[in-house]
Structures are given as C-alpha cells and as structure tokens.
Ligand binder design. Structure first.
Ligand SMILES: [Zn+2]
Length: 400
C-alpha cells in the first residue's frame, strides 16, 4: 500500500506527522510529531509548522461563463436585466474557447486556492441547448476523485421567458443534479407559475432546487415565501436553496427574522456571494435562527463583474469583515459557510486539506494567506508546492 507522509503539520497548538493512503485518498495516520521517529521515506514532505485547514466548498459559481485566461473584455454599464443578458450572450458567443476549456481552467485555478468542492450553475436555453452543460459534465469526469462538482441546470434567460422547460428536461436527463431558476418576477413576470414549474421539474427528476433571486424588497420576500411553501409541499426539505436573496437585507429586521424562522423550518438554505455593492441577507440573523448558509464566489471576471478571482477563503474573510466579526468565536463562524469539513482532521477522513502560514484558523480567515499546499484525495493538487514542483523534504533527511 503506497503511503505518502507529511511531517510537522500544525493542528491546534501541536505538530503532527500525517500519512496519506494514496489508494483510498484518506488520512491513514495522525501522530504527534517528535522530530526523529519517522521512517525514512522518499515521499516524505516537511510542512515545517504550516497550519492545517480543510479544503473549501464554493456554494455558487459559474464554470462556463468566466473570462479567466481570455483577453480583457470591457464591460458596459448595467442598464436592465434583458439588456445585460443580451450583452452577456454576445460576449460568450465571441469567445474562441469552449465551455469545457474554460471550466478546466477555472477548476485548476480553484485547486490552487484550496477549493475542492463546488456547486456550479450552467447555462441552458433553447439557443445554446446543452452545449455548456455537456462540456461541464465531461470536465466533471476529468476531475472526478479530486473535485466534487454539483451541477445546476440554469435557465439564465428565464425559465418561462426563454421557453426553457424542455431544454431543462434534457439537461436533467443528461446528468445535471439540480433545477435552477432566476427571478420569477423580474424575468418570468409570473412568480407562482415560474416557481411551480421549477418544482414540477424537481419532482420529475427527484432533484434539488437552487434559485437565483435578485428580485428586491417585498417582491423578493413574497417569492421566498412561495419557495418555502413549495419546498414543504413537495417534500424537498433540506434539498432547496435561494441564492443571493438580496431582499432579505432590504426589508425590515423583524420581517427578515420571520422569514428566517420559516427558512429553518423548511430547511431551505441561503447562499450569498457577500456582495459589497448591494444589500445582502442578514447572515448573523439567519445563523442565529438556525438557517443553513453557504458562501460562493459567483461572478469571477465575467460579463456581470470584472471583479473576483475564485479565492473562497478571501470571500469568507470579506464576509467576516463586512459583518464586523472580530472575536475568535465570530471569526470561526465563517468556516462552516466555506467548508464542509471540520478544522481538525481524524484518521480515516478524506485527505482534502491545505497548508497555510497562519497562527491559527482565526488568523487564516482574517488574512487569507497564500496556499502553500493543497491536497485532494491525498494527492498534491495545488498551492506553492504544486506550482514550484519543489516539495520540501523533511529537515532530518536533508544531508543524511
Ligand atoms: Zn450566479
């Protein structure tokens, strides 16, 4: 059985030596480091006190629509949604690369920054059909074992507005995992009919639902209430989410609290990209009410925003800063929103972790340090060690 060893990883206050089982991709052993007792091994690496952090889960991004690696695209001012959608289509149409190439490019970038799990929304509509979706599904196979990828079939042009019901069905039959949707009021102009259509699709394919909701104020609030009702009525507790939900930060606190309780009862998650240019849900209030909250990078250098680089640890840092989290307890609140794994590993866990130069997890969250090494399924897949190709050997071995 092939095992790789990393010495001197800091977990809490102590240093540990870890062995990784290459076959199962798990942590095979975890022992307090004593500096001399390890067996000499050619594959041993030396973390030299770098700190352990689990790899990250990005709850919301778009693998098919970014311009990373493409020439700079000047954006236009946002006029209205239909105009923006036309603009995005024209930019995407002019790209020389396929969605598969772009997805691969972004996934590799994410690995460098310690993200190994994502939920990606992928555009489908009658015009582009399944082109983007099939590309992303193909790339998901390429990264299987390293990256955990959930695919949402996303009718970006509006489920009803663009007549996308039948292409959504094709998308689900092709292997998408969740039903997506966008602004039942703002785009489809039919809140109830649009939401009901999403939930009918979700029942047909026994799938979860994740709705992009930018519709503001009480319009958005009404939409979330109907979304909650449909979640309960269709037996989808724990399998649905509303992304963005700006409205929860636009209405009064008492109103958003009332919705928070309903969200918790129906186990509907709220996903935010932590916008700093618009209102966002009151994450403190949601967490206190027991609502599941996830963070995602969403737009990364695309037709919607020239900002973003896919660094989810930095996005968690932005969340904490925006919410004025300062104490240790508050800073630690951010981790469950950006990772599905605990801060301390156990033997038998999947070896999905990264090494960073930080004093503790609070410091890592507040400073978003460089990722020195990123392991997924026990393999080195990102960070400086991966880029440099120079895996540091244990000191005791050097010169021996
Ligand atoms: Zn999005």
């Amino acid at each position: 059985m092939k095992q790789d060893r990393i010495n001197g990883i800091r977990i809490g206050e102590e240093l540990f030596d870890i062995t990784l089982d290459a076959e199962s991709g798990t942590i095979a052993s975890l022992t307090l480091a004593n500096g001399s007792s390890y067996e000499k091994s050619e594959s041993a690496m030396d973390a030299n006190g770098l700190m352990y952090l689990p790899t990250l889960k990005d709850w919301h991004l778009h693998l098919d629509k970014h311009f990373l690696g493409e020439p700079w695209k000047p954006l236009q001012p946002f006029l209205d949604l239909p105009d923006q959608l036309r603009f995005e289509k024209s930019l995407l149409h002019a790209l020389p690369t396929t969605a598969a190439e772009r997805a691969r490019r972004l996934l590799n970038r994410l690995l460098e920054m310690g993200t190994t799990s994502i939920r990606t929304h992928v555009d489908v509509d009658p015009e582009i059909g399944l082109r983007h979706l099939e590309d992303v599904l193909q790339i998901r196979e390429e990264f299987r074992g390293i990256f955990d990828i959930e695919v949402v079939a996303f009718p970006q042009q509006g489920l009803l507005r663009s007549n996308s019901l039948s292409v959504m069905r094709e998308a689900m039959r092709s292997g998408a995992d969740l039903i997506g949707g966008v602004d039942p009021a703002g785009l489809d102009r039919e809140v109830d009919i649009s939401l009901e259509a999403m939930f009918e699709l979700s029942a047909e394919y026994d799938a979860g639902v994740d709705l992009h909701l930018h519709d503001p104020g009480h319009l958005g609030l009404y939409t979330i209430e109907r979304f909650i009702d449909l979640t309960v009525a269709s037996g989808k507790r724990g399998r649905t989410a509303v992304s963005h939900a700006y409205c929860l930060g636009q209405v009064g606190e008492a109103e958003s609290l009332e919705i928070a309780h309903k969200l918790r009862e129906a186990d509907v998650a709220i996903i935010t990209s932590v916008p700093i240019d618009s209102s966002m849900p009151r994450v403190d209030q949601l967490l206190q009410a027991g609502v599941r909250v996830g963070v995602g990078c969403d737009n990364i250098l695309d037709a919607w925003s020239p900002f973003g680089n896919g660094d989810l640890l930095a996005r968690g840092s932005r969340l904490a800063e925006k919410l004025r989290w300062r104490t240790n307890q508050e800073l630690l609140l951010a981790y469950p929103l950006i990772t599905a794994a605990p801060l301390r590993p156990r033997v038998g866990d999947r070896a999905d972790f990264m090494l960073v130069d930080a004093m503790n997890p609070m410091h890592a969250l507040s400073s978003a340090p460089k990722r020195e090494a990123v392991f997924a399924g026990g393999k080195l897949v990102g960070g400086s060690w991966h880029q440099d190709g120079a895996i540091p050997l244990p000191r005791a071995q050097v010169g021996s």
